[in-house]
Design a protein around this ligand. Sequence first.
Ligand code: ADP
Ligand code: MG
Length: 224
Amino acid sequence: MSLCRLEKVSKNYEMGEVVCPLNKVSLTVEKGDFLAVEGPSGTGKSTLLYIMSGLLMPSGGEVFLNDHNLHSLADRKVTELRRDLIGFVFQETNLFQALTVEGNLRFAQSVGKGKKPDEAKIALFLEELGLSARRSFLPSQLSVGQRRRLIIARALINDPQLVLADEPTNDLDEIWAGKVMGLLAGVIQRGGAVVMVTHNSHWAACANRRYLMQEGRLVMNDKA
Ligand code: ADP
Ligand code: MG
């Protein structure tokens, strides 16, 4: 069983001119995989992650999460599947601006599950990502690096099997970037999988498979 599978996925955006960032991309992600996707900006890397998560539907081709074809599921089911399976590290900040640091983590833990937040786990993530002293701050009161770390904590707090991380080390210094890479490696160690988009070839070298986005295609980056 694969966690995520793309079969000949294409995506066109029509904004006056047609932009075609993905052209028949096929990819399988299984437990234990650590994939890096590199490539210049504007080549469709974020689009690829959005499609893998079911946040965006492709213009052509099929997407499977846990072997369920997303085209055969109602939107509500896709949302549930994503919630149960995936932790998404967004490239752009989309934190809840009216909630504090710990409020954002509580919300991530409880949403759709009707569960009470696990305060001990929240404290652990705050500690690991250096946010304990900022737990009552609003996202707007954080530095960009602190916000990035909160986005990462939110993506990982439910122990997702599949982590889709869009430039997770952006805005982070070498030490914090290394810690974040350690957390992503931890996802692999507990049997999950990671797909990481990055501009940083040093961190891309941590992956088991490296790809390059090139003219709408995902090509193996063996030479790196
Ligand atoms: P990357 O993450 O590699 O920088 P993106 O996936 O964000 O690339 O974007 C790929 C291309 O698709 C770009 O040319 C971008 O302008 C275009 N694009 C992305 N999102 C949209 C959208 N919502 N509407 C129209 N065009 C878009
Ligand atoms: Mg991007």
